[in-house]
Design a protein around this ligand. Structure first.
Ligand SMILES: NC(=O)c1ccc[n+]([C@@H]2O[C@H](COP(=O)([O-])OP(=O)(O)OC[C@H]3O[C@@H](n4cnc5c(N)ncnc54)[C@H](OP(=O)(O)O)[C@@H]3O)[C@@H](O)[C@H]2O)c1
Length: 420
């Protein structure tokens, strides 16, 4: 399905570590002869040609290449005018993303990315949400491992609550189970940039600590507190839990989803996220070790000298996990949703979300590509605005991810069970 635009989707950042994986997925899954009209973009023509050759071999000349500088207003405006969707892996987004979001919002072009930079998302919402609402542009951040499994996991769990108990859960606990993967230089650069920003603007500390930092302005905060810092026993999962590094992003996105749907799950809806690491003394020790490592990581990244010491040990921009690591990776997440049914009795569901390949790269590039194609081609009920993955694409994206991207969404248990 296409309107008058030259392309359905342009993949910007195609020469980066995640961008190349993304282009590979799109070429292998959709090819060049399907109904999807797509192009790749980046700031360097030679690098783009090399990516096209690596990915498509003899077909390389059939992949349209667009040279775009994401810091140039005219360059990103031209890009936004040529395509229905811009899908970008150019990060750190706080350094390179402003002009692009602005151009997409002004030109009614849908947009999706992989940012986990909460402070930058807040800025984009404040600056461009009204414009996007008026032009019809759907702007959707966090379309990778953060925050699709969490945000769509809650969406799926709540749908199961409705289906089985006729009510929404007032609390969802998300526990990250066995997961295997690596980290890229772009992700490191984004984390480092956030630390730099905090140095120049200390008020960001308050924003990042606010559990409701992405909610629409003038909406009342709920009852959730800070993210988990230490080891804690979860009686519902019967496991020890430890802090999860991406909870600081995912929890804000899930809470924004609830707020964007006029608090459909309740103004006092509670959502928490942590790692489930097993029971007994071994589980306790593991939870303590992860909690200790998280504190250490926070300290190392908080100070200039320790940050400088750590930098050479971390991947540089353009680098990331090996092919073997990407192929061998996977993730498992369980969500426990608790509420009260119409008879006033406790009612719950437990659901599971899984994915194959390294979550941050192999799985993420599939999630992002499917989000972009969903925005370009699927019938969606949402109007223009700055949305979360679940509020923009919900069930339609879940279907795509299950059919194409190696993800599963499954209901494990309904309590009390329904009599059929
Ligand atoms: N949410 C998630 O689950 C998740 C997972 C993976 C990555 N990410 C995020 O995705 C982003 C990319 O990560 P990565 O490891 O792929 O980074 P990377 O390898 O450093 O790639 C960055 C890309 O941005 C391009 N770029 C930089 N400045 C540009 C400009 N002015 N104009 C146009 N293009 C420009 C680079 O082009 P050149 O090749 O010409 O340098 C490169 O293609 C990071 O922000 C990272 O945090 C998120």
């Amino acid at each position: 399905m296409s309107d008058e635009k030259e392309f359905d989707v342009v993949f910007l950042g195609a020469t980066g570590f995640t961008g190349q994986l993304l282009v590979e997925y799109v070429y292998n899954r959709y090819g060049l002869t399907s109904d999807l009209k797509w192009a790749i973009a980046g700031r360097n023509q030679n690098k783009l040609e090399s990516v096209a050759r690596n990915v498509a071999g003899d077909d390389a000349d059939s992949i349209p290449l667009i040279v775009t500088d994401s810091n140039s207003e005219s360059s990103v405006t031209d890009l936004a005018q040529r395509t229905r969707v811009v899908c970008t892996t150019v990060g750190p987004y706080a350094m390179y993303g402003n002009e692009l979001v602005k151009a997409c919002a002004i030109n009614g072009t849908h947009y999706c990315d992989l940012t986990g930079e909460v402070q930058w998302m807040r800025r984009m919402i404040d600056l461009y949400e009204t414009t996007a609402q008026s032009t019809g542009a759907k702007i959707v951040h966090t379309c990778g491992f953060d925050s699709i499994p969490s945000d769509l996991g809650v969406h799926f769990a709540q749908a199961e609550m409705q289906k089985n108990h006729g009510t929404y859960a007032r609390e969802v606990k998300c526990r990250i189970g066995e997961t295997k993967g690596g980290m890229s230089g772009g992700t490191v650069a984004s984390m480092m940039n956030m630390m730099e920003e905090m140095k120049t603007d200390p008020s960001l500390r308050g924003l990042l600590a606010d559990p409701y930092s992405l909610n629409p302005v003038n909406t009342p905060p709920g009852t959730d507190k800070q993210d988990q810092m230490g080891a804690s026993y979860d009686h519902d999962f019967r496991q020890w839990t430890a802090p999860f590094v991406m909870a600081a992003i995912n929890t804000r996105v899930v809470r924004r989803s609830n707020a964007l749907m006029n608090f459909i799950y309740g103004a006092d809806f509670k959502y928490t996220e942590s790692m489930a690491v097993g029971d007994g003394p071994a589980g306790y020790l593991k939870a303590m070790a992860i909690a200790g490592a998280s504190v250490l990581m926070g300290l190392v990244s908080a100070f200039d000298p320790t940050r400088a010491l750590a930098k050479p040990m971390l991947p540089a921009p353009g680098e990331g996990p090996s092919r073997e690591t990407i192929e061998a990776g996977f993730f498992n997440i369980e969500l426990f949703a608790k509420g009260v049914n119409k008879d006033g009795n406790a009612a719950s569901v437990k659901v599971k979300v899984t994915g194959d390949k390294d979550p941050g790269y192999g799985a993420t590039c599939k999630m992002l590509a499917e989000s972009a194609i969903c925005l370009a081609q699927d019938e969606l009920e949402t109007e223009g605005g700055v949305w979360t993955p679940s509020t923009a694409m919900g069930d339609v994206l879940i279907k795509r991810l299950q059919e194409n991207a190696g993800m599963t969404f499954e209901c494990l248990a309904v309590v009390p069970a329904l009599d059929n």
